[in-house]
Design a protein around this ligand. Structure first.
Ligand code: SF4
Length: 357
C-alpha cells in the first residue's frame, strides 16, 4: 500500500477497503498512531460496513483527517433489481467510475447464496456466455468486490441472511488473482467478515497455474467450468482450453492440495446437440474417474445473439443417469430466475441491447 503525503483528488485516493489488517497497520504507523487503531478500522470497514471515514467515531480526529487525505471508501449502488418469481434477485451494481456489474441473490430452502462478479466484462470469450460479448472492461478492485457484496446485502429481505458466496458472476476470478486473494483474506479473516472458507466457492474456466496457487493459498471450494469432454469442442466453447487443454486441467485437479473429504465441482452447461449426447456423458465419466468429482449439470439460459439452445430436460436426465451409473456424483441445477435474464451478463446485455444486437 503506497501512501504519499501529498493531498490528492477524490478520484486518485486509494480505496480504504482495499486494505487487509497488515496494510492498515502500516497506514496507522505512517500516521504516527498506535497499532491497535488498525483493528478498529477493520471493524468499521468490514463489520460495521460504514460508508464514510467520518463515521469511525472512536478514532482520534487527527487519524481520521490523515485517512481522509489519503483514502476514500469506494461506493457501489444498486441501479436496477430484477426479481424472479422464484425469489432470485438479479442486481445491476453501479460502480464509481460508471462500470456496471451483475450480482445475484439466490435464496433456496436452506441457504441464501450471493453470486459475485470479479471483473467488469471478461476476456475469456466462452461461447455460451453473455458476459463474453462485452469483452474485458476492467478488473474489479478488492474494494469494488466488497462494495458489491455490501450493496447486495442491503437488498436482502428482512430475516434473510447470506450463507454462501460464489465467484461465478461476471469475469474469470483467477484472471484477477491478487485482488481476489486479498478479497478472500478479508472475507475469511476473523478481523474481517469472518466467513468460513467452506462457504465460499471460486469458479474458474481453467487457468491451471493460478488454480493451483489458489488451492495452496486459501481453503475455499473450487469449481471448474468444464462443459466439454474433447479438446476440439472445449477449444470452441472455452478457448482458454487451447492454452491449458483438458489433460492438463484434469491432471492439475488431481493434484490439488484439497482435503480428502472435499470434492471438486465441475460445471457442465447442457447445450442441445453440442455436448449432451450419451457418448459425451460416457467420456465425462472416464475423464473424471481419477478424481473425487461432483458434476453440476446446468440448463443453458439462451441470450440475445447466441445460436445455442438448452438441452431438453429428458436429455439432461439421461445424461445424469449415465454419470450416476459411472459412480459420479451428479446433480441437475435447476435454472433460477429464468424470467429475469438469468445467464451471467444477460441482464447487462438487455440493458445495453444496442451494443449486443
Ligand atoms: S463463462 Fe466465465 S470465464 Fe467464460 S466468458 Fe463468461 S464470465 Fe468469462
Amino acid at each position: 500500500m503506497n501512501v504519499s503525503p501529498a493531498s490528492k483528488t477524490t478520484e486518485s485516493l486509494q480505496d480504504l477497503r482495499d486494505s487487509a489488517l497488515d496494510d492498515l497497520a502500516r497506514v496507522v504507523a505512517a500516521a504516527g498512531d498506535r497499532a491497535f487503531r488498525a483493528r478498529q478500522i477493520t471493524d468499521w470497514l468490514y463489520k460495521s460496513r460504514i460508508q464514510s471515514i467520518d463515521e469511525m467515531r472512536n478514532l482520534p480526529t487527527s487519524l481520521r483527517e490523515y485517512l481522509k487525505q489519503h483514502f476514500k471508501i469506494g461506493g457501489a449502488e444498486v441501479s436496477h433489481v430484477a426479481r424472479s418469481a422464484d425469489g432470485t434477485r438479479k442486481l445491476v451494481v453501479h460502480l464509481e467510475d460508471g462500470e456496471e456489474i451483475e450480482t445475484v441473490i439466490i435464496p433456496t430452502e436452506k441457504r441464501v447464496t450471493l453470486c459475485i462478479s470479479s471483473q467488469a466484462g471478461c476476456a475469456m470469450a466462452c461461447e455460451f456466455c453473455a458476459t463474453a460479448r462485452m469483452g474485458l472492461h476492467r478488473n474489479l478492485t478488492t474494494g469494488d468486490i466488497l462494495a458489491q457484496v455490501f450493496a447486495a446485502s442491503r437488498e436482502l429481505n428482512s430475516g434473510e441472511e447470506l450463507t454462501n458466496y460464489v465467484f461465478m458472476g461476471m469475469g474469470e476470478p483467477l484472471a484477477n488473482y491478487p485482488r481476489l486473494l486479498k478479497t478472500l483474506r478479508i472475507m475469511t479473516a476473523e478481523w474481517g467478515m469472518a466467513i468460513s472458507p467452506r462457504r465460499i466457492t471460486v469458479s474458474t474456466v481453467g487457468l491451471v497455474p493460478v488454480m493451483e496457487r489458489l488451492a495452496a493459498d486459501m481453503p475455499v471450494n473450487i469449481a471448474v467450468s468444464l462443459h466439454a469432454t474433447t479438446n476440439a469442442l472445449r477449444d470452441r466453447l472455452a478457448p482458454i482450453n487451447k492454452r491449458y487443454p483438458l489433460e492438463q486441467l484434469i491432471d492439475s485437479c488431481r493434484h490439488l492440495p484439497i482435503k480428502r473429504r472435499d470434492r471438486i465441482t465441475f460445471e457442465y452447461v447442457m447445450l442441445a446437440g453440442v455436448n449432451d449426447s450419451p457418448a459425451d456423458a460416457r467420456r465425462l465419466v472416464k475423464l473424471l474417474a481419477p478424481l473425487r468429482a461432483k458434476v453440476n449439470l446446468i440448463f443453458f439460459n439462451p441470450f440475445i445473439g447466441s445460436d445455442l439452445n438448452t438441452s431438453p430436460r429428458a436429455a439432461v436426465e439421461a445424461f445424469q443417469a449415465v454419470l450416476l451409473n459411472g459412480n459420479l456424483t451428479a446433480t441437475i441445477r435447476e435454472s433460477r430466475g429464468l424470467d429475469i435474464a438469468a445467464a451471467c451478463g444477460q441482464l447487462y446485455a438487455e440493458q445495453h441491447r444496442a451494443a449486443f444486437a
